[in-house]
Design a protein around this ligand. Sequence first.
Ligand code: ADP
Ligand code: MG
Length: 568
Amino acid sequence: MQFSEMSLVPEILRAVEEIGYTEATDIQIGAIPVLLSGKDLIGRSNTGTGKTAAFGIPVVQMVAQSNQERGQVLILSPTRELAMQTGVEVRKFSKYLQNIRVAVVCGGESMQFQIRQLRTAQIIVGTPGRIMDHMRRRTLSLENLKTVILDEADEMLNMGFVEDIQTILRQAPENRQTVLFSATMPPAILKITKEFQTDPQMIAVDKGQKTVDNIAQYYCNVPNVDKTNALKLLLAYHRPKRALVFCNTKKTVDELCTQLKEGGFQAAGIHGDLKQNQRNQVMSDFKNGHVGILIATDVAARGIDVEDVDAVFNYDIPDEDEYYIHRIGRTGRAGKTGASYTLTASRTQLKRLHSLERFMDSHIAEAPVPKTEDIQEQHLKKFRGNLKQLLDESSGSEWISFIEELEQSGYDAKKVAAALCKTVYEKDRSLRTLKNVQVEKQNPVQPEVARVNIDIGTESKINADFIVGTIVEATGLAIGAIGKIAIYRDHTVVEMAPTDAELVLKKMNGYRIRQRTIHITELKGKKPASFTQNAGKAHPSYGSRRYTGGKSHSGPGAAHKYHNGRSK
Ligand code: ADP
Ligand code: MG
């Protein structure tokens, strides 16, 4: 995409052209519109992919279109050099906008000069330490602050700026925009994100890989006979405005379509056996909202170009890995978030799902099938809300005389209202056919735990957070998938599920940590004593990490043990 297609003001376009950029990079294409819209953002892409312009260009535009009061944008950088370099770049973007001033505040420079700059600058770039200095001296005020950018957030955390960043963000106005850029996403960053961002958009750019980060992926494991029932429960609970349901065969599409329609759902099916005019009809019904649920085969879905799909349901788990991406990629388009639900109905299918996770390099979380009681409750709440709203609006006043007539002929107004509620509430036939799925407690597919040995340890100044962050970053595994960690002088042992261990071995052998190429092996055989002492369970537990002890005496064999367990 060209910068000229990005609704930028002519002054910025001219500057960008002069610098020599024509095509925007992927992270720029993703981030610039989100920043301009005022939303919070997490941007992840490798070094050298143009993150500076990804925030530099939109902040200049935002200031250009504002009242130009000072102190609107704060860009935090980990180092003095980077802050200065960012300052230079941002000034280039604002070259043709006379009134925009950029102040660079970092250590080792004249305080007086910085103070003078701060009196007028709308955009302030600096290191956290010096920014706090100015805040303390009251030479920098955050009262006009609209946007905070944390550039190279991972590096800032590595350098121990966490507390400074927290202090700064806590003093910033609540309704500001918070944007975070990083090349990696260690857990500590996700913590900052949770505390200081509101509903952030995630833009992650991996070389050549389609990003599905804005799609929440779930699966439900159900008995085979209950698949249709489970789908109905999911549909009734989530009530997507537009949903796509995928089946592997035309026959299943037809059967499922009949069953959903019988159950009161507005569904239609599409597959290769339909005539072109039938397909057109189905597609236009889906697009204009007459039909909210479209059931399709992979082949038929290829021609579907609908942007606003809230959720994708895989009634059948796809035969081909690539299909899974194509299917779920139908939702979460145009910067929106989406969700996908995949039904698995056997151990083989569950294994297949885990292999999809590996292929996708992302986590698919297990979700319970909603219960009829939850759905009833949810619908009732909504019904009550709608009714209250109608009453507040005095809607239906033209019916009062009719009710009075009924009262005069001896009917109680309360009873009349109750009868009407029943009629209206039960109009949604889909609620009547729902029945709960009986999920039999199966043994998990992988009860055993694998132990992965990494040849790096305390002598390389690493800790458990760092190990977890590195693994998550390199493999896309969820933080919770990583179990107990024992760090020794020159190696580290990490527990996880065997399929996850396979992934770590595949992805991380030859990976570089702390300027070293690391080697990873799987440890076979019995656990050493140091593990079993602290280990409560035989398999990793899931949840946030908890430090449960680490002996301070060092030397070979003294391990720092961490337990990645649920603390509740
Ligand atoms: P990052 O922050 O990801 O490390 P930078 O913002 O420092 O990346 O950009 C890396 C290099 O790419 C810089 O030399 C920058 O001038 C250049 N660059 C950035 N955006 C573009 C673009 N759209 N077209 C060409 N070069 C670009
Ligand atoms: Mg950068």
